[in-house]
Design a protein around this ligand. Structure first.
Ligand code: SF4
Length: 393
């Protein structure tokens, strides 16, 4: 929330200079903080929860026509099926497509059920239409988004997430499909079968585990055990094509002992994740974990986080080393910040910084991997080499 207030501090200067400017705070932070935002930032003219993004154009019209702020922080008990529009996309080749929002689970550390409400799913027909339009506009990759994306069901036909992915994979000229994040408790064999059957579905799964200790998973109310999670990992590893796996982890959850933490480290060793997003536990408003004693001292949380990151860094370094000398297909989607000219991602979502002409931007191109670090690969465009070979032949 501090970041939101800091940003509002900056925008407030502009709002005072330009009284026509309509400033709005929309989303889960607005839901969480409520009208307290108006007290601290009286120039805010729209305040709305995440369920209201669809009616934002109407709210802007209302705000333009009146002096008082337009506030709608209601959470619908029985919300309408989700529909999204008015999405600003930052990449010309990769597009996030929201398929569901909110969550029916109750993990004890998570504010999502309070800020985004119950799960709402978009009609499959609307998702298919949106993705077809994106392909017509030249997008190569779509990322299906949802809090627990794999619990998706079409509101009318009840088709499953795996069936939706299959239909999307049949759209001509759609090169890549990703999704984030599936819940480990309901990762289905059907989804894995679709991934294996359709090469357009990227070789990557982000499967948030949160802890390697079943005792802590129970306290987190995650709805699965370590054993169940590892069985799913076993199936993914046994799939007919290699699939990169990443995860989220919280260290220092209330009651997490040294033995629990060691269980998380051993899970990292067992799974050999391709990357990990790790966080120190901090209490969140309204959540059930507030009733537990936040008994891991902050210093100890920091120690555990740093140990975990160190161990994972080594795993990633070794995994990335295996790509040295290989040629990978990379969607060139930006200019690299380093000495390399271009940057892009492989089907596994690995970042590759590489040298090549800017005309490659927006294309999926072969890149020869010449170096690696823990977080990215380095390389050079292999198309020229391949063209040279063809000329010699
Ligand atoms: S952590 Fe994920 S699954 Fe759990 S309540 Fe939050 S959004 Fe839902």
């Amino acid at each position: 929330m501090q970041k939101v207030y800091a940003r509002l501090g900056e925008i407030g200067k502009e709002a005072r200079r330009n009284p026509e400017l309509i400033v709005g705070v929309v989303g889960c932070m607005a839901q969480l903080e409520g009208t307290g935002i108006l007290r601290r930032a009286p120039f805010v003219r729209i305040l709305a929860g995440p369920q209201k993004s669809v009616v934002l154009p109407e709210m802007v019209e209302q705000a333009a026509a009146r002096r008082e702020p337009v506030v709608d922080l209601r959470m619908d008990d029985d919300p309408e099926p989700l529909e999204t529009s008015h999405v600003l996309r930052q990449s010309r080749w990769r597009a996030g497509v929201t398929i569901s929002e909110g969550c029916d689970r109750q993990c004890s550390f998570c504010v999502v059920p309070f800020t985004r409400g119950r799960e709402r799913n978009r009609p499959a027909a609307a998702i298919l239409r949106e993705v077809e339009a994106l392909v017509d506009q030249g997008y190569l990759e779509v990322v299906l988004l949802g809090q627990t994306v794999n619990s998706y069901r079409d509101p009318a036909s009840r088709i499953t997430f795996a069936q939706l992915v299959r239909r999307l994979a049949e759209i001509r000229n759609l090169a890549r499909i990703r999704f984030t994040s599936p819940h480990p408790g309901e990762f289905s064999d059907e989804l894995l079968e679709v991934m294996v059957a359709y090469p357009q579905v990227c070789n990557q799964i982000h499967l948030p585990v949160q802890s390697g200790s079943t005792r802590v998973l129970r306290a987190m109310r995650r709805g699965y055990t370590r054993d169940h999670y590892m069985k799913t990992i076993g199936k993914i590893r046994a799939a007919a094509r290699p699939i990169a796996i990443s995860t989220d982890i919280i260290v220092g959850f209330p009651g997490e002992t040294e033995a629990d933490f060691q269980a998380t480290l051993s899970l990292l060793d067992e799974v050999q994740y391709d990357w990990v997003f790790a966080f120190r536990y901090s209490p969140r408003p309204n959540t059930a974990a507030l009733n537990l004693q936040d008994d891991v001292p902050d210093e100890e949380k920091r120690r555990r986080l740093s140990l975990l990151q160190e161990q994972q860094r080594l795993i990633q370094y070794n995994r990335n080393a295996a790509y040295q000398g290989r040629i990978l297909e990379v969607l060139a989607d930006g200019r690299a910040k380093s000495r390399f000219t271009l940057s892009g991602r492989t089907t596994e979502n690995r970042i590759v910084n590489f040298d090549g002409p800017e005309t490659l931007l927006g294309r999926i191109v072969p890149v020869a991997i010449t170096g690696f670090g823990a977080n990215s690969l380095k390389g050079e465009w292999a198309g020229r080499r391949q063209e040279d070979c063809r000329e010699r032949d």
